[in-house]
Design a protein around this ligand. Structure first.
Ligand code: ZN
Length: 257
């Protein structure tokens, strides 16, 4: 190589390295920001685009809009909303968010009837407190919708929405409950369990059993099965996040990573 060509080669090599770095950054782990609404959490997952996990309740629109704006997110930035299940405090604003953003709605196939009705299924209490709570159950109705993607037996890759991660159906809390897993061990599990006292901010990092499950035994089995996977942090629909170790303590398992 002549001495004239050498600097050009060096510049070319530097460009190749720079391009590699840029690729590594865009291919890196998404950032996660949890927005705590009146009755539930919405998780803002930012990769190349924005994916929301859950949509809040129908009274949360102003609070959600303000929280997104405070984080520099416009409605049009949202590529998809993954609804962990069809209960009113998680799917309540799904139709409204789609109208404003054009985002794709992803829902578990088992919860299609709930979304079509715009109404919770019959809550099945898991303990005495739950029986009492059920009498005060919050507004079970919301705007009905049909999702753009019904997640069935096959996992769905979120890469199409700019986030490295997969979503799959884990029937238990509801027939179509979904779990989103990121490659770095973070998982979004909806109402698979509750964080904190009554799912609130008190003791938020302490996991416990949710008050209502369509299929309690199957939900408990899901927790054990997820502990067999490389999940390190569980982001919840209420309270949380909780660590793998805390989940193992709360649900009495010796499952190892
Ligand atoms: Zn629920």
């Amino acid at each position: 190589m002549s001495s004239l060509l050498r600097p050009a080669a060096a510049i070319f090599a530097a460009l190749v390295v720079a391009a590699g770095v840029a690729r590594a950054q865009t291919a890196g782990s998404p950032t996660v920001d949890t927005i705590v609404l009146a009755m539930s959490n919405v998780h803002l997952v930012r990769g190349e685009r924005v994916v929301l996990i859950d949509a809040g309740g129908r009274g949360d629109l102003a609070a959600l809009e303000a929280a997104l704006a405070a984080r520099g997110v416009a409605w049009k930035d949202i590529a998809a909303v993954v609804l962990t299940h069809g209960h009113a405090d998680h799917a309540g604003l799904a139709a409204e968010i789609r109208r404003r953003s054009g985002a794709a709605l992803l829902l578990g196939a088992g919860d299609l009837p709930m979304a079509a009705a715009g109404h919770n299924d019959e809550l099945q209490p898991t303990n005495l407190t739950a029986h009492i709570l059920k009498r005060f159950a919050l507004d079970p109705a919301y705007e009905a919708f049909a999702p753009d993607v019904a997640v069935g037996d096959a996992p769905v890759d979120l890469a199409a929405y700019g986030v490295r991660g997969t979503v799959r159906q884990w029937p238990g809390h509801t027939p179509g409950s979904l779990v989103v897993e990121l490659p770095d061990g973070r998982a979004f599990v909806g109402d698979l369990m509750l964080g904190g006292w009554l799912g609130g901010r008190l003791f938020a990092t302490r996991p416990g059993e949710h008050y209502f499950h369509a299929d309690r035994a199957r939900n408990l089995a899901n927790i054990q099965a997820l502990l067999q996977r490389p999940v390190t942090t569980f982001f919840l629909g209420h309270g949380g996040p909780v660590t793998r170790e805390a989940v193992m303590r709360a649900f009495g398992t010796a499952a190892s990573r």
